[in-house]
Design a protein around this ligand. Sequence first.
Ligand code: CA
Length: 233
Amino acid sequence: MNKPFVLTVEDDTSIRNLITTTLKTNDYRYKSAMNGKEAIMEVSTYNPDIVLLDLGLPDMDGVEVIRDIRSWSNLPIIVISARSEDCDKIEALDAGADDYLTKPFSVEELLARLRATQRRLFFMSTEMLSSKSVFENGKLRVDYAGGCATLDGQELHLTPIEFKLLCLLSKNVGKVLTHQYITQNVWGRSLENHQASLRVFMATLRKKLEPDEDSPEYIQTHIGVGYRMVRVD
Ligand code: CA
């Protein structure tokens, strides 16, 4: 199988070099852009498999780049942000980014995020082909049409909100969902008290889903950002 084609958008030369060297030594195909306009042009010209996008670009806001790309393409976008840009990171995820890396990041983290995105792409394509109404992940099985879920063959007794949360997370497996995205999709809008409700429902869902609460297998918490369901082998 061909290694994916990755477009790196980063104006900082040393970080861009670190990324492209990593891609090169790991047999990825790659290209890079130094600003937002160049990024949009390269995405439409070369149709990469994954975009690594710095949020602080010289000519335009990285979030604007995401909105532009999202208006015509679903390709995975991993944003790269500095810790001081936490709000931008959340805005980027809400605008349609799939995942994020926070500077400074290690080569291992970069490769792990790329592998996770590749896995997500692979499962998305196979699930789309079979248009399954049942989702399976490790010992978890979610029957969307039947409105029920099992863990290791045992039925999970979920409330309607917990089931809705589980469906939303599983349909976006591998992707970080922000608090605002989740509350909007579960309750139809995002209110201050829904964020508190979300924490409560997430805690009760996890109690039922994760046999070992101290080392959760299925749902990751991204403090200050949101939640992600991970692919369990
Ligand atoms: Ca930058």
